[in-house]
Design a protein around this ligand. Structure first.
Ligand SMILES: Nc1nc2c(ncn2[C@@H]2O[C@H](COP(=O)(O)OP(=O)(O)O)[C@@H](O)[C@H]2O)c(=O)[nH]1
Ligand SMILES: Nc1ncnc2c1ncn2[C@@H]1O[C@H](COP(=O)(O)OP(=O)(O)O)[C@@H](O)[C@H]1O
Length: 186
């Protein structure tokens, strides 16, 4: 039996990573989405341990120093985000497909430690559509949107580092493509 896949999904803020992963999980409930740790504050409705593990800066540093993060990075220059190592390794050992929704810097670190993972870039159909999705979501201030668009440019420039590019045109077709790449079949 071949090992279950580890999907590393990267894409600019607002491209639809969260939406596509939620749809993928609905169709393939056995796939497990890693819960990241972050130093940013929870938004209304976000639950600690469900959406993120919300950590203080001190606790985040402590975990990094203990080797508890598979990868971590400063994202949008303001906060640290990282993947707790233990839960990922537990799923891998149990043969459960793993999804890491992380940023470009994190993906580069995972490439070093898990070169067999599946590195996929989720791209927008167009720049215009990315802008519309990001502003349409309505969860960021103008300044935050500007910062995310600047990060998006850096991320889009690294698209060639990825094994596969999936364009998030419709949610269904993006899920179909990801499921096929991961070898998930009904
Ligand atoms: N390196 C790394 N990046 C992460 C992790 N979790 C989330 N991110 C990235 O952090 C960014 C979060 O951006 P933001 O627009 O604030 O969205 P949200 O925090 O996911 O609602 C996205 O680019 C994610 O890919 C993680 O565990 N590690
Ligand atoms: N395929 C799609 N077509 C149209 N809108 C989409 C699509 N995928 C996501 N969206 C919308 O785009 C916005 C950003 O999606 P989200 O999943 O929050 O992005 P990300 O997690 O990459 O930051 C949301 O309002 C979402 O409903």
């Amino acid at each position: 039996m071949s090992a279950a896949p580890v999907l590393v999904l990267v894409g600019p803020s607002g491209v639809g990573k969260g939406t596509v992963v939620a749809a993928l999980k609905e169709r393939f409930p056995d796939a497990w989405l890693s819960v990241s740790a972050t130093t940013r504050s929870p938004r209304p409705g976000e639950v600690d341990g469900v959406h993120y593990f919300f950590l203080t800066a001190e606790r985040f540093t402590e975990l990094v120093e203990q080797g508890g993060m598979l990868e971590w990075a400063w994202v949008h220059e303001t906060d640290r985000y990282g993947t707790p190592r233990g839960p990922v390794e537990d799923r891998e050992a149990a043969g459960i497909p793993v999804i890491l929704e992380i940023d470009l810097q994190g993906a580069r670190q995972v490439r070093e430690t898990k070169p067999d993972a599946l590195f996929v870039f989720l791209a927008p159909p167009s720049e215009q559509e990315l802008y519309q999705r990001l502003t349409g979501r309505g969860t960021e201030t103008r300044e935050q949107i500007e910062r995310r668009l600047a990060t998006a440019e850096i991320e889009m420039a690294a698209i060639n580092e990825f094994d596969h590019v999936v364009v998030n045109d419709t949610i269904d077709s993006a899920v179909d493509q990801l499921a096929a790449l991961m070898g998930l079949v009904h």
